[in-house]
Design a binder for this molecule. Structure first.
Ligand code: M6R
Length: 353
């Protein structure tokens, strides 16, 4: 039920703080111990390489999760688009372990891959929002995303749930002592609330920057590049504005040619080690007339930036940066008079290959 909302998408964006709290309740006990199952963790630790397989927004969540598994837990991890993996399988390591990410648990491309790897006798884990779905039933292990039903075709809260649960998993497999993940995630839930309470800022920016544009670019480095892909997908999907997200360093290798007077360039800037380089990239686009809007964390922000987020552990930044991009897509779709929840040509769950 949409309640007082015009569209499910906005309701689901607003639910994101609660989704994180549900995950904290489910996966941390009262003493702060992580509850994921010892056998699952042992099986992952016994693998020599992890393969994350997913589609669309879930694939973008996988890109972030892979960085956490590699950088926090030291586990080599590859991320693959399911429709590619199913027919062009990469050379596998000796002891692979598979992680499937899927809101619906029914995506046909991912199911095809799971069937193949089950035949080969490899172990797997599905993270899904739908308990008892096909990917849930057919994987060795399954964990719920706790996001509650996601109705809008554009996925929002499932992404936040996936990134949060991947963080919990990577943290459980790591020996990080410098981060209290439970506390950090609780704080992030509060900060997401502050962003969604600031909706009108993003409505205004969408109207000024995107509603009347033919195209838009999202740039960033590291996890910010991963979120740039997701931001562009969301904008394309519901507003039909041609959008591209990519690693900021790639600008000068081609895309800079497309920047002209008034081209919207939205930058995500949360990674201290590359912030200086990203500033240079923003300047390159401004020199060609781009209309820039920058979403930066506090200690990296400068006066001209559009929106400032609180500082956060660098690999958890996607949980914050994705929210403004969801709101920008929402208000662009709304401003263009479109049916936000039902974009043309698309289905919520893609059950054909
Ligand atoms: O149910 P799944 O997570 O497996 O679905 C994967 C994609 O079809 C899905 O994320 C799609 O890209 C969304 N409509 C994006 O908003």
């Amino acid at each position: 039920d949409k309640g007082t909302y015009d569209y499910y998408m906005l309701k689901e964006i607003d639910e994101q703080p609660v989704v994180i709290r549900h995950l904290l309740d489910k996966y941390f006990d009262d003493a702060g111990k992580i509850l994921l199952g010892d056998q699952l963790l042992a099986d992952i630790q016994a693998a020599d390489r992890l393969y994350i397989v997913a589609a669309g927004t879930s694939y973008h969540a996988g890109l972030v999760g892979a960085r956490m598994l590699e950088q926090w837990a030291g586990l080599p991890t590859e991320v693959h688009v399911a429709s590619e993996f199913a027919y062009d399988q990469p050379l596998l390591s000796q002891k692979p372990f598979f992680i499937f990410l899927s809101q619906s648990g029914e995506t046909a491309d991912s199911r095809e891959v799971l069937q193949n790897i089950n035949r080969a006798g490899f172990k797997s884990l599905t993270l899904t929002n739908v308990s008892n779905s096909t990917l849930w039933r057919e994987a060795t292990y399954a964990l719920p995303l706790m996001a509650g039903p996601e109705i809008a075709v554009a996925s929002t809260k499932a992404y936040v749930a996936q990134v949060t649960l991947e963080a919990i998993l990577a943290y459980a497999l790591s020996s990080r002592l410098d981060l209290d993940l439970e506390k950090e995630l609780s704080r992030i839930a509060i900060e997401i609330q502050a962003i969604v309470d600031d909706k009108l800022t993003f409505k205004r920016v969408a109207e000024e920057l995107l509603v009347n544009s033919q195209s838009a670019f999202y740039i960033g480095r590291g996890v910010d590049a991963d979120v740039a892909l997701e931001a562009a997908l969301k904008l394309k999907e519901i507003s039909y504005v041609q959008a591209e997200g990519f690693a900021a360093g790639e600008l000068k290798h081609g895309t800079l040619a497309l920047i002209e007077d008034g081209t919207p360039v939205i930058t995500l800037l949360t990674q201290p080690k590359t912030a200086g380089l990203v500033r240079g990239n923003i300047a390159e686009t401004q020199a060609r007339g781009a209309d820039t809007f920058t979403i930066a964390t506090k200690s990296l922000a400068t006066d001209g930036d559009g929106y400032v987020l609180p500082d956060v552990d660098p690999l958890l930044a996607p949980l914050l940066t994705v929210v403004p991009t969801q709101l920008l897509a929402y208000y662009t779709s709304l401003g263009r008079g479109l049916d936000v929840d039902h974009p043309r040509n698309l289905a919520k769950s893609v059950t054909v290959q």
